[in-house]
Design a protein around this ligand. Sequence first.
Ligand SMILES: Cc1ncc(COP(=O)(O)O)c(C=O)c1O
Length: 468
Amino acid sequence: MGLRADAPLLDGWLRDMETDRSPFQIPGHKGRTDLTGAVVDGDIPVLPGNHPRRISPSLILEAERIAADLWGADLCRFGVNGSSGSNHAAVMAVAGPGDKVIVSRTLHKSVLVGLVYAGVTPVWVRPEINPATGLPEYLPSHKLAEVLAANPDAKAVLIGEPSYVGTMSNIPRLAAVTHEYGIPLVVDAAWAAHYGFHPELPQHPLAEGADIVVTSAHKTLPSYSQASFVLVKGDYVDLPRFNKMFDSTQTTSMSGRILASIDAARALLARHGEELIGPVIEATERGRAALRAANIGVIDGEYIDPLKMVILLAETGADGNVIEAELLAANIDVEMANRDMIIPMITFADTPDRIEDLISRIIASVNANRGEPRPVSVAASFSIEPEVVVTPREAFFSSYEVVDSADAVGRVSAEMICPYPPGVPVLSPGERITQAALDALFTARDVGTRIAFVADPTLKTLKVLPQK
Ligand SMILES: Cc1ncc(COP(=O)(O)O)c(C=O)c1O
C-alpha cells in the first residue's frame, strides 16, 4: 500500500532489507538465513546510537511523535513486550510502594504483576455481570465514585476496556469521576487499538478522557506479535516519570521489525482505516445475525466492540471444546474456546469471505453437536469478590507452604491463579482463598480451561502463605 513515505521506521526497515550489509553487531545471526533458516529473516535490530535514516532511537522518537499526533496524545511509546510490559510501566508510572490504586477486578494478570512491581495495594472494583450471559458488562460510574469516596488517597484508577468479551464501560463518565480526585484514569485497552477509526467503532479511550491507554498493536492491528504502544496525556500523569518506567520495562535490544510493524499499522490506519474496517464490521454483523438465526447466542448490543464475536453455547448444549477441535482439524484456530463460549478473533486483516466461511462451519459444527441446554454459569474470572489480606508484592515474594486444596480455604494465596484465556486472576497473591474462588477454579478446570501461572495446574495442591 506504499506506506513507507509516511512511516519512518517502516522505511528504515525496508531500506535495511534492500541493502546488502555486512553487520558487525548483534544479532548474532548476521542476517544469514542459511544457518537456522527463514526464522531469522527480517530481524533487523535497533542501532544503539542515533542514525537519522536507520532504525535507531532518534527514528523511533520520530515515529512515536507521529503516532502521538494521530491519537491526540502528549506522548506515545512503542514497546516490544506486549501490553504486558506496557501495563507494568503504566502501573509504576502512577503509583509506587505503599500507594493505593483502584483496580477493576477484570484486569489482565499483567496489571497484577505491575501492582507487584510497584508495591502498591489494590482496592478492587468489579464490573456488573450480565445475568443472561454470566459475563462482565461495564463498571458503573456510581460504583467507582463510591470507592473513590471511601479511598480519597488513591493514586490512580486502572480499568480494562473493552473487556475480554468486547463489552464497554462509559469511559467519559469514569474519567470525569476519577479526575474529580485529581488522579489519572489508566485504561488497559489491549483489544482496542482500532477504536476511533470507523464511525461504527467506539471512540478511542484517549479521546474519551483516559490519561494512559495501553494497547496491543499485535491484537487488533496487523502488527507483529509483542507489538504494543502506549498513549499518554500529561494533565494528570508525570510524563518524564512515565518515560523512565516505560524504558525500565523494555529490552535494550529491541526488534526493529516489531517496531516498524507498529509504525506501518499506524500509517495504514491513518490512511485506509475506515475503508478497511467497514466491510469487516458488516461481515461480522452478518455473521452474528446468521448465528442468531441458527439459534446460537452471541453477545450483541450498543456497548460492544462491533468486531468482537463472542459465541455463547450453553443453550445449544454443544461443547465449545468439541467445536474447537473440529475447527482445528480444518486448520482453523480460534482465540478462545471453553465449554460455554467460543471467540474467533476478527480483525480488519480478515475478509468478508473468510468470516462467512468460518460462521457457516461453526453453525454446522454446533448443529452436529447439540445437546441438553445447560444453565448459564458466571465465569470464574468475572465473579470474584477478593479479600486482600497482604499486598500482592508481600505475598509474591513471601515464603510459602504447599497444602492440599481441600485444606486451603481461609488461607492466603501465595500464587496467581488464572483460567487462561482470559488471563484474569481468580486468586492472586495476598488474597484470602475462599470456597467460592476454589469452586469457580475447579469448574473452569473441569470444563477444559487451562489453569495458568500456578505450580500445580491440577489444583490438587496450592501454595499458601505460612500461618503467623
Ligand atoms: C486485557 C489484556 N491486557 C493485557 C494483555 C497482555 O497483552 P500482550 O499479550 O500484548 O502482552 C492481554 C492479553 O491477552 C489482555 O487480554
